[in-house]
Design a binder for this molecule. Sequence first.
Ligand code: F6R
Length: 621
Amino acid sequence: MCGIIGYVGPRDALGLLVEGLRRMEYRGYDSAGVSVVSRDGALRVAKKAGRLANLEQEIKVGNHHLVGTTGIGHTRWATHGGPTDRNAHPHLDATGTLAVIHNGIIENFAELRAELEHAGIELVSETDTEVVSHLLGRAYRGETGETAGDLEASMAAVARRLEGAFTLVAAHASEPDLLVAARRNSPLVIGVGDGEMFLASDVSAFIEFTREAVELGQDQLVVITPDGYRVSGFSGGEADARPFTVTWNLAAAEKGGHLTFMDKEIAEQPTALADTLRGHFDGTRVVLDEQRLGEDELRTIDKVFVVACGSAYHSGLVAKYAIEHWTRLPVEVELASEFRYRDPVLDRDTLVVAVSQSGETADTLEAVRHARRQRARVLAVCNTNGSQIPRESDAVLYTHAGPEIGVASTKAFLAQIAANLLVGLALAQARGTKFSDEVAREFEALERVPAAVAETLTRMDAVRALGQEIADSKAVLFLGRHVGYPVALEGALKLKELAYMHAEGFAAGELKHGPIALIEKGLPVVVVTPSPSAQPLLHSKILSNIREIQARGARTIVIGEEGDKTIAPFADFFVELPALPSLLQPLVATVPLQVLAAEIARTRGYDIDKPRNLAKSVTVE
Ligand code: F6R
């Protein structure tokens, strides 16, 4: 996935483009580039491999004359071709007067490239995007049809030929006040200003200037000029795009005094949870945000699948325990990337819950489409208003975590767990497995969680000190039982992605079936333990697991309920959590694992907001 920005208006474009790219750097940070159209009819480009800072340096020393009020910018997560200067966007056509930026993958690019080479065009990069810039250049020059001098018609003609996922934005030297964009399967929003217009992958790129936005639909094309925008379909004709007002402001997209976005987002978790719960319960019933499914349809559901990737998948694993317990429905939690390839048994009485922070993860989106083709009902749990996954779903419950910029998910993960639990309650009330007063009691318990998370956050100094102490360990293992098991998986994922360390999460009961062989003297093992009073049986079992690993020399780091006197003697390090009902414990137990991973990564000298090789949402399969 990549970040895209475009601007037309009265301002100097360059500074605004670079600032917009900075806000979208989470979307990719292999290379970055900008192109500006000047009033004298020149189109100029600067691009550079590496972080945005490299591009800024290049602009400073490179004498690029990027002066103009129309421009485009791009921050890249490499798919076709490595992260080099040459492969960085924008890509030019053969005349150097047309520039294109792209997010997505053009699946038929090899065949299009061969066609261009046959026509004598020399391609200078290994990207699929450059193919588009040449196709567009040829169309604009009138070499391939009746579209000479018409950038909009040229883009439509090219878009119709492309297969795959793409957001494309083009600028031309002869069109100093106009940009054209096309969208299929990748996000694009229009920012509507006063005498100026923006295009971006994400509203954070232009939130400083306007909160009025328009979400472009599938297979749509847009032309922007300083005075307005016009949306059409790839085959012509006016098309409707959805206007909306962004509900958060610039401060939400900035670090607000924290060292990193991740630190800020960890600290924001109590608010993210409270905001997610707010408005989703009317005193007697759970309320979804978009409900294109009747209560009758929910009542006939006889099986639930949760499909998601990465942390969102772990949030689904937590929900499974609650949904099965509350509704007595069988719940399967599936990695979205596996779901549609194994022919799951789905029908109109199956509910597929698609969980995605971004709402644009390709694996999850394709799982949604597969489910709908099989006539299953789809309910999206999503943090991004109007993104593709909720658009294609029958019902939506939005998490209100606010923008999550740090690549590793933190506040969105906790909000996903809370929202998944609300889905469980909605099903329980529809099926009658819980009365309204019971749903209300569960909801009240959920409402106590933000304060418990805030309390947990005040206890994190010792965890940070521990992180510094164990930062040079070879590996860290994470164990848990019941809902503590997905927490262990999430803890291991955080550590892998942030600290590039070998980390594994196991169900504690599985230890003796193999993983115990990994235990050696001094190995840090994090154990998520249940409440001794709420889950005494599981508690005693995990105590045995802790003793087994301690006996073999492991350093035990126990995450447990405050005042747990039985476990403390077996903990080399004990993180005490506020007591919560068993099914809600993951919402506090995850917090120390996030903090631990961040501190270990920081001590090892890594950028915790932008871990290597990763991008915030993965729009390719
Ligand atoms: C891990 C992380 C990823 C995402 C996954 C799904 O910290 O952030 O594992 O959870 O890529 O992303 P969404 O929720 O946007 O579908």
